[in-house]
Structure formats: C-alpha cells, structure tokens
Design a protein around this ligand. Structure first.
Ligand code: CDP
Length: 221
C-alpha cells in the first residue's frame, strides 16, 4: 500500500509549519517537521563542542540523534529543547549543517520512516525533490521576504523570544541565499509542485489550496 504524502517545501518563515499542521489535522495525517531535525543536529553539535564545519562528526551525531518528539515538545538527550531549537541562532546553525551532504544523507532514513498510515504531511526544503520524490501532492510555498520577516517576528515575540525586524529581513535573505545556492538538495520547487505565493493569503486560504491540490491528486489516481 502506498502511503499518501503531502510535501510542503519553501523558504524560511513562508508558513510551512503552520500549514503542515493544519492540513495534517484536517486529514488525520502524521507530520514531519524536517527543519527541526536540522536544528536539533546543529544544537547537539554546539552542545558537544563539535565544530559545525566538521562534516564527518556532525553527520555521525545526526545519524544517532537522541531526539524525541512528545506532544508539543522536543527533547534532546534528556533536555527539553522546545524553545532552544526555535531561536534564530539555532536556525542559522541548522542552515550551516544542512549544507553538508553527509549530514543530509544521515537524516534521510529517519525522515522517510515518518511515512506511516494513514498519511504524512512533510514540511521542509527538499521534501518533494529528494526525501519524498513520489509524494502525491507537492506544494512550494513562498511569500515576499518582508512578509516572511514579519511573520517570523510575530512568532518569536509570541514565544517569548526577543526579535529585531530589520535584522530578521537581513537574516532571511542570507538564509535564502545559502539554502538556494548550496550544491546538495538546494531549495527549489519540484517540477511537479504547485507554487503558491502566500503573501496576500491568510492561513485558511493556503490550507484550503493545499487540500484542494491533494483531493485533485487523489481523484487522478
Ligand atoms: O522555520 P524555518 O523555515 O526558518 O526553518 P526550518 O524549516 O526549521 O529549517 C531550518 C534550516 O534547516 C533551513 O534554513 C534549512 O537550511 C535547513 N533545512 C533543510 O536544509 N532541509 C529541510 N528539509 C529542512 C530544513
């Protein structure tokens, strides 16, 4: 039996996480937040004093990442890191380790294992291109850098972190640049992805567009 997979890719703060959760809730599907795995890998390396450029060592940490996802919480080696992995520094470090091919390879099997019945909504940069190339539904979610920086700003403040809007816009551009320019699994839409610009759309409208695309793919089977 093929497990239905909905791949949602896109740049930083395009709303992928929120959309993925809402779509999964509507369909009763599992969720994979692949960015969290890169964030956890980076945090684990930092905590253990491993340099983020040491590809072999970081990859071996990624392969045996002692991470656990419990309802609404993320734990790493017995520590609750739910907030620690969401800081901009953790995002920046994640994008550095994510550029290392051995690290990406080390996380591949773990990500694919999430494809369990009744289905999966996977959010990231390469869900539709590399991790789940056979996904029935692929969406590439974008928004202008300004809109994304504003969303991220609100998100950080709501979670009790400090934030600076101008710095966020700058950080977002730098991260987009690194994610799109890297040699392995660069951020780009799969040829068969629906490209959705959410700058002018609210969450419900985007969720509806993804569900519509999924229903269409089901009807075509
Ligand atoms: O929330 P935001 O989109 O900023 O970040 P995220 O999805 O948690 O991902 C953090 C970083 O991990 C990104 O900047 C990417 O460099 C990397 N990443 C990746 O390379 N491939 C994925 N499938 C997911 C994340």
């Amino acid at each position: 039996m093929t497990i239905p997979v909905i791949a949602i890719d896109g740049p930083s703060a395009s709303g992928k996480g929120t959309i993925a959760e809402k779509v999964a809730e509507k369909l009763g599907f599992n969720v994979l937040d692949s960015g969290a795995l890169y964030r956890l890998t980076a945090l684990h390396a930092i905590r253990l004093g491993v340099r983020l450029t040491d590809e072999i060592s970081v990859a071996s940490l990624a392969a045996t990442l002692p991470a656990e996802f419990r309802t609404g919480e993320v734990w790493l080696a017995g520590e609750n890191v739910t907030r620690a992995i969401r800081t901009e520094d953790a995002g920046e470090a994640a994008s550095k380790v994510a550029a290392l091919p051995a690290v990406r390879k080390a996380l591949l099997a773990r990500q694919r294992a999430y494809a369990e019945a009744p289905g999966l909504v996977a959010d990231g940069r390469d869900m539709g291109t590399v991790v789940f190339p056979e996904a029935q539904t692929k969406v590439f979610l974008t928004a202008s850098p300004e809109a994304r920086a504003e969303r991220r700003y609100k998100q950080l403040i709501e979670k009790g972190n400090s934030a600076n809007l101008a710095a966020l816009v700058q950080d977002m551009r730098a991260r987009d640049e690194r994610d799109t320019q890297r040699a392995v699994a660069p951020l780009k839409p799969a040829p068969d992805a629906l490209v959705l610009d959410s700058t002018q759309l609210n969450i419900d409208q985007v969720v509806e567009a993804v569900l519509k695309s999924y229903r269409t793919s089901q009807n075509l089977k």
